[in-house]
Ligand binder design. Structure first.
Ligand SMILES: [Zn+2]
Length: 221
């Protein structure tokens, strides 16, 4: 889920000698290298992951970043204990997560958005990076109801820095309350490293805290 994880965990895991096989799938201008390091991995799930990738990733590239990697690597790794982690055009998935949550296919949507984001060492806040990825899952997900996944209902105790679905709901509210296209602008500024906290005021006429106050006062979507 977080970029940092990838860098740390990947080098650690790659030193383990685990039997693996890689399948390469090409469709249009996209290539998916799919590596399985898990003796019990279900081929039907592999097929769903592949189909979800080829449905969602072209849309995300088109809508957010046409220059995003055209080659992506998926690694199913039984030695990885998080849910999933992304960086450098590679997503590592924990097969146990899917065994326990077989409907949660839009983990793919969230993770491949991180490839599209490609913010590198941006000065932007991590909560916004994750909020945008979950906003995208909400908008582009192929089966969020099947995972019983939805935006977190508003509560007074929340903050925009809570990240993930809480931030995603705030972004959706902003988009539907006079700021259509804001997420794309935020995403572009983070990628080009031009993001500053002033962007909220520049794009909406209000500061981030003013926007959150407006959301808190009337959080209905
Ligand atoms: Zn994430």
């Amino acid at each position: 889920m977080r970029f940092i994880w990838l860098i740390l965990s990947f080098f650690a895991l790659s030193s383990l000698a685990v039997a693996q096989k890689t399948q390469t799938i090409k469709r249009g201008n996209l290539t998916l290298n799919f590596t399985v390091r898990d003796t019990a991995f279900n081929p039907a799930l592999q097929e769903r992951l592949i189909e979800t990738f080829f449905k969602v990733y072209p849309q995300l590239r088109k809508d957010f970043n046409p220059l995003a990697d055209s080659t992506v690597n998926f690694v199913i790794d039984s030695a990885y204990t998080g849910v999933a982690a992304t960086g450098g055009g590679r997503v590592v998935y924990n097969p146990d997560w899917f065994r326990k949550h077989p409907g949660d296919i839009d983990v793919v949507t969230h993770e491949v958005m991180h490839i599209v984001q490609n913010y590198g060492r941006s000065g932007g806040p991590g909560w916004l990076t994750e909020g945008i990825a979950d906003y995208v899952r909400f908008k582009y997900g192929v089966d969020n109801p099947g995972a019983n996944w939805s935006l977190t209902p508003f509560k007074e105790t929340q903050s925009y820095t809570n990240s993930y679905r809480i931030t995603a709901r705030f972004l959706e509210w902003l988009e539907t309350h006079g700021n259509k296209g804001l997420v794309r602008k935020l995403d572009a500024s983070l990628r080009s490293h031009t993001f500053t906290p002033e962007i909220w005021k520049t794009e909406t006429g209000k500061t981030l805290d003013e926007l959150w106050s407006g959301y808190s006062a009337n959080p209905a979507l």
